[in-house]
Write a protein that binds this ligand. Structure first.
Ligand code: ZN
Length: 97
């Protein structure tokens, strides 16, 4: 049995609905991208990309492999990281009425 209220306030994968981020870990990065300083448990897969000698960490949904965005270092967050996410990859779960 699943309590759907537990998903309230979560950002989920727009494809498979896996909870990926908690709303209280979202912050305004002033980049125009939804940004989080931590992911929800182990639901976000990190993949190291090396393109043109530059390292980047790609973020993917653990379940369906949807491309979510990239991980960047960030001095101003509690984790020292910024999860930079495409708006179209996530959706906010709301409590059912
Ligand atoms: Zn997914």
């Amino acid at each position: 049995m699943e309590n759907t209220n537990l998903l309230n306030g979560f950002y989920c994968c727009s494809s498979c609905k896996l909870p990926l981020f908690e709303r209280n870990k979202k912050f305004d990065s002033r980049t125009g991208f939804p940004s989080f300083w931590d992911s929800y448990e182990k639901s976000v897969e990190k993949k190291l990309l090396q393109t043109y000698g530059r390292e980047r960490i790609q973020l993917l949904c653990k379940t369906c492999g949807l491309h979510l965005g990239h991980l960047f270092p960030n001095k101003n967050t509690p984790s020292g990281k910024r999860y930079c996410i495409n708006k179209a990859s996530i959706e906010l779960m709301k409590e059912k009425e």
